[in-house]
Ligand binder design. Structure first.
Ligand code: SF4
Length: 222
């Protein structure tokens, strides 16, 4: 029985407001989920030894997530690089440092105040792009991660992240700055932008990246 049905049933059998409020409080407590950190930890435990795709052969460790699971913003990148694979954290190399700087400058937040993850949790050999079947094998982990976090906005960094989240091919130069609905939960918005590594190679794109982060700030309400 849901909370509203419980309230109706209590009213029908003559419970006063005070008893009803107490009943609702207890009902809410009884159905409360474990904290997000706990849910994420058990999710990670479920795949830290995953061998579902060939990327397990080239990794040193599975790279999970970083940041605040209560943040309204989730950044999703492609896959761990060399430094991420070594440290076991996403976006800790040069591209990550650039991302941290932009999060501070444009969003006015610290890295610890957003949530950061990847579509593939293991490093592809030579930092190549993950293959569609590797993204498909790994997606159930990201999907569950997003169910736990339930952010206001998912910001996809690069085409691979966008394709993983939206489930279709796209050209990032055509769709950057655009906002979509997350197919598995239309209340969650999806913003597409460049991967920070692309900006490091093409510094002229920094202005567009800044513009996209301003859009992110507005729709996330931070
Ligand atoms: S990339 Fe994902 S599916 Fe592939 S081995 Fe790593 S955790 Fe498993």
């Amino acid at each position: 029985m849901g909370v509203s049905e419980l309230a109706r049933a209590l009213r029908e059998i003559g419970f006063g407001e005070v008893y009803m409020r107490e009943g609702l409080r207890k009902a809410k407590t009884a159905v409360a989920e474990p904290p997000k950190e706990e849910l994420l930890r058990s999710l990670f435990d479920s795949y830290r030894d995953c061998k579902k795709c060939d990327l397990h052969k080239s990794r040193s460790q599975v790279v999970f997530c970083d940041g605040d699971p209560r943040s309204p913003i989730v950044f999703v990148g492609e896959a761990p690089g060399e430094e991420e694979d070594r440290q076991g954290k996403p976006f800790v190399g040069r591209a990550g440092q650039y991302l941290n700087k932009k999060i501070e400058e444009v969003l006015g937040l610290r890295r610890e105040e957003v949530y950061i993850t990847n579509v593939c949790k293991c490093r592809p050999p030579g930092n190549r792009k993950p293959l569609p079947q590797e993204i498909g094998s790994c997606f159930p982990y990201l999907k569950r991660e997003l169910e736990i976090i339930k952010p206001r906005v998912i910001c996809c960094l690069g085409a691979t992240a966008g394709e993983g989240i939206l489930g279709r091919k796209l050209s990032i130069t055509k769709v950057r700055g655009k906002v979509y609905s997350y197919p598995f939960d239309p209340s969650v918005q999806v913003l597409l932008t460049y991967h920070p590594a692309y900006i490091l190679r093409n510094p002229k794109a920094d202005g567009e990246f800044t513009e996209d982060l301003r859009t992110l700030k507005e729709i996330a309400g931070v």
